[in-house]
Design a protein around this ligand. Structure first.
Ligand code: ATP
Ligand code: MG
Length: 245
């Protein structure tokens, strides 16, 4: 088991507000790990630190053996090309069609890509999220669940090694929630990516995860397989998974 991403002794504060006091977490290549924890405990911040949108006050983050923290902007770009993030609000460009939304990151990276190849790649990504043939639709015509999946197709367009999912099922009905859960698992298996999921939803966490990590008291207080977390005697873990929120 190869450690792919490491957070080492991370300290982060926004002004007087402390978020992490020496957080440690190792993520293994190819796994799906879910970060759980109460609202405002710093789950989204952790994802933003990894892609260098935020920087820690102290500590180091390594991605595939390279230090992200303290990297120059040009090195960070290389890291960001390998990590796709599905943001909490799956923001699409409303004026662009679904197809053009998915094409966007491909064109950004490779403006000279042949039109035919672009079409094939867009179709392939849409098929991966069960939206084959929806190129011509406009975001306004989509349901919340479909928007999430288009956001995911767009994230996949850059052929990432890592996919970050921030609250992928929040606001979705049970059917769309299950669809997204199944997609997270299917993509992990098909594309051999490493997936980091942030969620409040324990059913989702149990369904998608190889391992679960719990954020509380400005630390990762527990990490383990689904079974280990369910059976954990850590009171923070028990309170959270029973509370379910
Ligand atoms: N750029 C920022 N500037 C100042 N404070 C921030 C910034 N980003 C996050 N915070 C604060 O850091 C804390 C952790 O934020 P974060 O968004 O990671 O929480 P979260 O665990 O993802 O919560 P939620 O479950 O509500 O999404 C919050 O109190 C938030 O207000
Ligand atoms: Mg968040």
């Amino acid at each position: 088991m190869e450690t792919f991403i490491r957070f080492i002794d991370i300290w982060k504060a926004f002004g007087p507000k402390r978020i992490y006091d020496g957080l440690n977490l190792d993520i293994v290549r190819g796994e799906t790990i879910t970060i759980i924890g109460g609202s405002g405990t710093g789950k989204s911040v952790l994802l933003k630190l990894l892609i260098g949108l935020l920087t820690p006050n102290r500590g180091k983050i390594f991605f595939d053996g390279r230090e992200v923290t303290g990297s120059r902007e040009s090195d960070l770009r290389a890291v960001r090309q390998r990590i796709a993030m599905l943001f909490q609000s799956a923001a699409l460009f409303d004026s662009l069609s679904v197809g053009d939304n998915v094409a966007y990151p491909i064109l950004e990276r490779d403006p000279k890509v042949a039109r035919g190849e672009l079409k094939v790649r867009v179709a392939e990504k849409l098929a991966l999220v069960d939206l084959a043939g929806s190129e011509q639709l406009k975001p306004a015509e989509l349901s919340g669940g479909m928007r999430k999946r288009v956001g995911l197709a767009r994230a996949l367009a850059m052929e990432p090694d890592v996919i970050l999912y921030d609250e992928p099922t929040t606001g979705l009905d049970p059917i769309n929630t299950m669809r997204v859960n199944q997609l997270i698992v299917a993509l992990n298996e098909k594309l051999h990516v490493t997936s980091i999921v942030v969620t409040h939803d324990m059913e989702s966490a149990y369904y998608v995860s190889d391992r679960i990590a719990m954020l509380a008291h400005r630390q990762i207080v527990a990490v383990g397989t689904v079974r280990e977390i369910r059976e954990s005697t850590n009171p923070d873990v028990q309170r959270f998974i029973r509370g379910g929120a």
